[in-house]
Write a protein of this length. Structure first.
Length: 403
């Protein structure tokens, strides 16, 4: 998606390959320059995420044909006692353009004896099950619809974070965040200093050596009211080039993950089941009790050490506020209406994933759209599409991961 501080460069289709090659040569240079040195415990890494897709999916994040998905150049290391700095510059192609932006510039301070950590800068919010992790770490080539519709696929912003890990026999983390909100809602009717805040709880434990569970609950309060979509004006159809496509003043998200390693070694065999649900409330001052909602269910089976397969099904139901002309009386002012529509999506994938830094994935996806206003809200659902994705990590990125 395009962020307010992204740098845009118009390119032709062949530039997708050129961008991927340029990213690769940069990675090789960084890897060679710093190989064999610890540099005071500073880490350097690079991720190349490229894919080929036959079509652009509705609310999809990836372009058609060969494109750069989510490439990262990262550096991280200590600045002193308890202080840590991490910086990530990302790039991807979208709608014939090469986009680059600073995804992360985060300074953290940890008080481990008290279980507290404080963060300042730009970083991804920890709402939901996977928003805090990079898209190239996902189990599928496209994120669930609830992230693409409500969070612009991967929501990061400028702000503050405070986390507390409780001294309990099971894992329990309570977190609070405050953001500017400009990356979530670009065109706002108001510009408060604190545009959004979040509260989240993450907990989990082992049932036994073979089975574990994790549960998360979070709420996002948004203080930036989005400008209604203008159906009377011509506009680009690529919803994935903006922030949240369907905004609200309050977004509740919950997730549950169950893991089972039959032999007790998840690196050899593991079944992971994930369920997520999101409810967006107070979508507009004139919407009354109308809401948005979305849910996703995914199963991923690592059947051999280097191979995994998975299936995903999710749906998104929205009431999009928009300005419409009166066809019977074109001279009158446009009126505010709420377009009702529903989008369903299913995906099957198989992936060769020998380690965290390397993935070769083949994914089949399909979409179905319905509802009285589907032509305005979801005009181009994809019946079927095949996508081939390649992720390569260099340096510290081979082991880079965010929980």
């Amino acid at each position: 998606m395009i962020h307010p501080h992204s740098r845009l460069t118009r390119i032709n289709p062949a530039m997708g390959l050129k961008a991927a090659l340029a990213w690769t040569f940069t990675a090789l240079f960084v890897q060679t320059a710093f190989a064999g040195d610890d540099h005071g415990h500073w880490e350097f890494g690079f991720v190349l995420d490229t894919a080929h897709s036959g079509k652009v999916m509705e609310l999809g994040y990836r372009d058609r044909n060969l494109q750069l998905g989510h490439g990262d150049i990262m550096i991280s290391g200590p600045l002193g006692r308890g202080l840590h700095l991490e910086a990530i510059v990302s790039g991807h192609t979208a709608d014939g353009r090469l986009l680059t932006h600073t995804e992360r510039l985060l300074l953290t301070h940890e008080l481990q004896d008290r279980g507290l950590s404080f963060g300042l800068g730009r970083f991804a919010s920890q709402v939901g099950a996977i928003n805090a992790q990079h898209p190239h770490e996902d189990d599928f080539s496209e994120r669930p619809l609830l992230y693409r519709g409500f969070l612009g696929n991967h929501w990061f912003d400028d702000g503050l974070r405070l986390n507390w890990v409780a001294p309990t026999p099971f894992y329990l983390r309570v977190g609070a965040e405050a953001f500017s909100g400009r990356q979530l809602i670009e065109q706002s009717q108001a510009t408060p200093v604190v545009g959004a805040n979040t509260l989240s709880i993450k907990t989990g434990a082992d049932f036994d050596p073979n089975r574990s569970w994790a549960f998360g609950l979070s709420v996002l309060n948004n203080f930036r009211q989005a400008v209604p979509h203008d159906h009377t004006a011509s506009s680009s159809a690529h919803a994935h080039l903006h922030g949240a496509s369907f905004s609200s003043r309050q977004l509740w998200m919950s997730d549950l993950t169950l893991r089972w390693a039959p032999q007790g070694r998840p690196e050899d065999q593991e079944l992971k089941l994930t369920w997520e649900y999101a409810s967006a409330r107070r979508i507009h001052p004139d919407a009354g009790g109308l809401t948005h909602a979305a849910s996703a269910l995914a199963a991923v089976w690592r059947f051999r050490r280097d191979w995994e397969m998975g299936a995903k099904a999710d749906w998104l139901r929205v009431h999009q506020p928009g300005l419409h002309d009166d066809d019977a009386n074109p001279a009158t002012a446009a009126t505010l209406e709420f377009g009702a529509a529903r989008l369903r999506e299913q995906a099957l994938m198989i992936a060769y994933r020998p380690d965290h830094g390397r993935t070769l994935r083949l994914q089949y996806s399909r979409q179905q759209a319905s509802g009285p206003d589907v032509a305005d809200v979801f005009p181009r659902p994809v019946r079927e599409v095949l996508m081939l994705q390649l992720v390569l990590g260099f340096g510290s990125a081979r082991h880079h991961h965010h929980d």
